[in-house]
Design a protein. Structure first.
Length: 421
């Protein structure tokens, strides 16, 4: 397995560009199944999760062509299979998104349990309940989930999400656009990636109202066409770079981002004394001498995102005083802090979802691991802050969501190399 080697302890400088959002691109790939026409996507991040979903779609009969860097065309080619591949689905939680369009158009879908990051339980009960509410039958046989509907297809329904779910909301939208009648989603997720997905679908024949609010209304249509869409900037990559810049006390300009998608994290940072210049599509950080500790609770959008929590925690190790983090979305997303403690941080875990950080620590390079995507980028940030050599294993996890991160960080002055093993 490849490793990153970082010689840290230095300020960074210059500018770094944010790439397209993983969690928008994955949903657009799933949307390719809604029509027989080619879907062209610009600004697609070249990351492992996208490659895996492309492989899954290809096994189903979608022709996925990379026209050039970041430009993809997806064309369903004749008969589409509705049984998802055994080996790939357990590696990618986002495979669950394909169930919506497949069930809506082909009236059946079978899949093994979708896997993904080891950050806590990843059940699919909400999907099962929502599809059943739309008239689908559900069976679980030998570890495989199977959904079927009669010839008339899915029926519109009013579905109340008991907890807010991002892919739950998106999958239900992807199913409901081709269902019979009206679907009302109550307690829907409001992430910008969902808004972008719905805007594209509406431009191609769907009738979706209310996205970006907690009630989404979808009037089913007979047909969706396909066209061209541009993937929005990755707000989690934006935050990762922002916390990297602040943790290393650097002046860094983060370009091609959408600051209005990270307003709550920006406000929290302002409140603790951080200075940065925000323009329409860039954020420039300023080196700091003193910041106040922070109390952070992860929340659904527009709150502080769980995906920004691990990189933020590294910054908190550098701020003198006691900060705290409550992780409310996932049960197992704070265990990586053990590795920060081995590097010299002073983090106490009160429960698996609550830590306090006694900041102002000097971090020293160590051999660490990348347990999941966001903890992985947090270890890169920790390596950049720490003096000496940090070696990070299992970097496939980082490559899942950050394109060529080593090259891009080298361009802003980080001494990072990729070592193949
Ligand atoms: N949940 C259930 N039952 C379900 C579905 C979800 O109990 O059927 C629970 C989850 O276990 C979790 C909570 O609901 O505790 C919220 O999870 P959600 O369904 O919103 O997560 P997701 O849609 O699977 C997406 C992102 C994640 C991000 C979360 C939360 C994609 C492909 N993934 O996951 O991204 O953490 O929303 O914002 O959009 C990442 O990019 O690193 C990542 C993990």
């Amino acid at each position: 397995m490849d490793k990153f080697i970082i010689q840290g302890g230095h300020q960074l400088r210059g500018s770094i560009t944010v790439h397209g959002a993983k969690n928008h691109a994955l949903k657009m790939f799933a949307a390719s199944l809604l029509s027989d026409q080619p879907l062209t996507l610009r600004n697609v991040p070249e990351i492992e999760d996208i490659f895996r979903l492309a492989e899954i779609l290809q096994t189903l009969g979608v022709v996925v062509t990379q026209k050039r860097h970041g430009l993809y065309q997806l064309t369903p080619n004749g008969t589409i299979k509705t049984v998802l591949p055994e080996k790939l689905v357990p590696r990618l939680r986002a495979s669950i998104l394909l169930t919506g369009p497949l069930l809506a158009r082909y009236h059946t879908v079978t899949l093994p349990h979708p896997g993904g990051c080891a950050i806590g339980k990843r059940p699919i009960d909400l999907f099962v309940n929502a599809f059943q509410a739309m008239g689908a039958r559900y069976q679980l046989k030998k570890g495989h989930h199977r959904f079927t509907v009669g010839d008339k297809g899915l029926c519109g329904t009013r579905y109340v999400f008991p907890i807010v779910s991002v892919t739950g909301t998106e999958t239900l939208i992807l199913a409901a656009v081709l269902a019979n009648g009206r679907t009302i989603i109550v307690n829907a997720a409001r992430e910008p990636e969902i808004v972008a997905l719905a805007e594209y679908l509406n431009q191609h024949g769907a009738k979706i109202r209310g996205v970006g609010t907690s009630t989404v209304i979808i009037d089913g249509v007979k047909r969706i066409t396909a066209g061209v869409a541009t993937i929005i900037p990755d707000r989690i990559e934006t935050l990762s770079f922002l916390f990297l810049a602040l943790a290393t006390k650097s002046r860094l300009t983060i370009t091609q981002c959408q600051p209005n998608h990270v307003e709550v994290p920006l406000q929290l940072l302002r409140d603790c004394g951080a200075k940065f210049t925000v323009e329409e599509s860039s954020i420039t950080t300023h080196p700091w001498k003193r910041l106040k500790p922070l109390q952070v609770v992860t929340r659904e959008y527009p709150g502080f995102p769980t995906d920004g929590q691990s990189p933020l925690t590294v910054l908190l190790t550098q701020i003198a005083g006691v900060s705290s983090v409550m992780e409310t979305i996932y049960a197992d997303r704070l265990f990586f802090t053990d590795m920060l403690n081995r590097m010299g941080a002073n983090i106490q875990m009160h429960t698996s979802q609550h830590i306090t950080i006694h900041g102002g620590a000097k971090l020293h390079g160590k051999m660490v691991d990348s347990p999941d995507l966001r903890a992985g980028i947090a270890m890169v940030i920790a390596g950049a802050v720490a003096t000496g050599r940090t070696e990070i294993g299992n970097i496939y996890q980082i490559d899942r969501g950050y394109e060529s991160i080593d090259e891009r960080l080298r361009s802003i002055g980080l001494n990072i190399t990729r070592q193949a093993s």
